[in-house]
Structures are given as C-alpha cells and as structure tokens.
Design a protein around this ligand. Structure first.
Ligand SMILES: [Zn+2]
Length: 366
C-alpha cells in the first residue's frame, strides 16, 4: 500500500477547501466552485475542483493539479510534507506506509482534467483588476486632447510591480496606463513605455488574462451602426476624437471571441489595421471571416500609416471614403458559430461588386 492511494481514497474536497478558507465554496453539478485562494481572486467561478480533488483555476493563471499540489502551493512545502498534512486532515493513518511519488496513471488523469477544464474556460473575464501602484492622471500625450485622455482614464506610473504567468514579479518604470474595461468591470490594464529604449513597448496585466478574448472600448460602441476595428488602443482614441465608435483587437487579427462580439454588435465593420504586412494579412483574414455575415469596409492606409499617425482631419476624410470589402444583404446573428469555416474570399473590386453604397474610386490597399 502507498500513502498517496490511501489518502486519495479518503479525499474530502469540501473539507480541504474549507480548511484553507476558500471563499464562496459551492457545488456546481458534481464539482465544487469557489474563489481561488491561490491568486486571491474574487470571482466565485474561477476555481473548480472535482470530487477526487483535481482542481483548475480559470482566471488567475494558477493552472491546475491534485490535492497534493494544492497543499504544496498553499503551504509552500514539498510533496512529502503535503502527504503528511493531508493524512492528518483526512484522518488517515499512514504510519508504516510508504510514501511514493504519484504513478503515471494519476498524472495522466490530472492532465486530462486540466485539459477539459481549459477547454471550458469562460470566454470573457468577470474579475476586477487594479494595478498595485500609484497611478497619476495624464493630461498630455502626443496630440490627444485632454478630454480624450480623461475619457479613457489614461494614467501614468513611475514604477509598477507586475507579475508573469509563472507568478514571478518584475518591475517596469515610467509607463502610461490604459485601463481595459469590459462589461463595466476593469478587467486589466495595458502599460505603454514612454521612453523608446524601454522594453517591451506594451505590457498587459494580469498575465493570466486573455486580452485576445476582449475588445478594447467594446462597452462604448453598443448600439453603433458602424464600428472601426483597430489594432491599437491609441487608434481607438484617435477615432474618438473624430466621433467614430471604435474598438481595438489588441494587435492585428480577430480572435474567435472577438469575432463573436463583433457579430453580436450587428454593426458594419470598418477594418482599420495598420498599413504594414501584418495589418494587410489581418485585413484579408477579416474578409474571409466576415463575408456573408457583416458589411465590411477597410480604411485606406498607405505603407507605414496607422489611424492615429495620419492626423484627425486625414483620418476623418479617409473614414468617409472607406472601401467596401464585403456587403451582405442580411446579417444573421446565428452565423457566430461559423468562425473560421468560411472559404477564402477575393477582395471585391469596383467591377465585381454590385454595391449601392460604393463611393470611392480608391484602389484597395492590399
Ligand atoms: Zn487562481
């Protein structure tokens, strides 16, 4: 007999979570849900544990494991100490019983559980995040109006301690702070360097948050009939100054979650990715994704340009002559499930597109 098997047979997941004072512990089918004590979150669905004590954290980047790894992490002890702690907690007599490392079969079970839980990860976060630093208000940044900076709550930190996915801490200095609000909650922040020699240019916190599941400024475009889709946060701010609702996809390219959010808006989409190779590739991909599903336009941008850099007057003028990529007579919300299944499309030209709203003679920039 081996102590690990004995303890596993006496596993009481409820007793374990209560012992470590996990908050809001409740049953969810055969599993248990709670706020995650490992990263100290306040989301009551973040942490899930099955009756055998396999666990996974959805939001804090904590990963998953079994009862032994949970005790190891909670108490900062090794495997053997965790075995003894659990034996006492579950009242299992392991005197004279060998403590041997977990069998491959058990490790396989843990890995399968984590994989299943990962695939069930909620698409969007619901947990509030704030930076543990003194964030000051910013009133000047490039050519932005003070009211734009105030509207987007752009801040500045002299110094901030950030965390990698591994939990390791590091420090960044002199950074602009862009709060990322989603469904009324500040779920993260984007930090931009202010000195060109600092790396990286952009950092995002918390490290466990999938920013590609979000759209920057999405809360503020509800009800809009046309939405500009940009790469960067400052592009969104530039559009704000010409009174155009815009969102950013945190880089060139639309993820599946972003695709669903954009389709749900029912709006015409103006793809405004940067005038570079990555931007052009992402624009072509957006056409393949959204054809038959949404009216799609592109903002004419020359090599090296982006929506912010061309100045507001030029941006407004370019926006007004956005080129149609795809126009569809009907937008179906049910098409959200077809992500990535559409066949490659050709960019429409003035000859092939029977488009009543076509109002530009500009060549399409691909
Ligand atoms: Zn966690």
């Amino acid at each position: 007999m081996n102590a690990v098997i004995l303890i596993q047979a006496h596993c009481d997941a409820w007793a374990l979570l209560n012992h470590y004072k996990f908050d809001r512990v409740r049953s969810d089918g055969e599993n248990i849900r709670a706020c995650c004590k490992l990263h100290g979150g306040n989301n009551p669905t973040a942490f899930v544990m099955n009756p055998e004590g396999l666990w996974y954290c959805h939001t804090g980047g904590c990963g998953g494991g079994d009862i032994f790894t949970l005790v190891q992490r909670m108490e900062s002890v090794d495997f053997y100490a965790a075995v003894r702690i659990l034996a006492e907690l579950f009242d299992v007599d392991i005197s004279g019983v060998r403590i041997t490392e977990k069998k491959q079969r058990h490790i396989g079970e843990i890995q399968r559980f984590i994989k299943t839980m990962k695939s069930m990860r909620p698409a969007q976060p619901t947990e509030a995040f704030s930076l543990a630093a003194n964030v000051r208000e910013v009133t000047r940044f490039r050519s932005f109006l003070p009211e734009t900076l105030a509207h987007f709550h752009v801040g500045y930190v002299d110094r901030a301690t950030l965390y990698r996915r591994s939990g390791e801490a590091y420090t960044l200095c002199r950074r602009l702070v862009f709060p990322v609000i989603f469904q009324g909650i500040q779920v993260g922040v984007a930090l931009r360097r202010t000195h060109s020699r600092d790396y990286p240019k952009w950092s995002h916190q918390p490290a466990g948050l999938e920013f590609k599941n979000l759209l920057y400024n999405y809360d503020n475009v509800s009800g809009a009939t046309r939405i500009a889709v940009c790469e960067g946060l400052t592009d969104v701010m530039a559009f704000y100054e010409i009174d155009v609702p815009a969102v950013a996809t945190f880089g060139a390219g639309v993820s599946e979650a972003q695709y669903r959010l954009l389709l749900r808006s029912g709006a015409d989409l103006i793809i405004c990715y940067d005038g570079d190779d990555a931007g052009r590739r992402a624009t072509q991909k957006a056409l393949n994704l959204f054809q038959h599903k949404a009216n799609l336009f592109t903002l004419p941008l020359e090599e090296g340009e982006d929506p912010e850099s061309i100045g507001r007057e030029t941006l407004k003028e370019r926006y007004e002559r956005s080129n149609p990529l795809w126009l569809t007579p009907m937008i179906s919300s049910s098409s959200a499930k077809d992500f990535g299944k559409s066949t490659p499309a050709k960019i429409m030209t003035t000859e092939t597109a029977s488009v009543p709203r076509w109002n530009s003679s500009d060549a399409w920039p691909l």
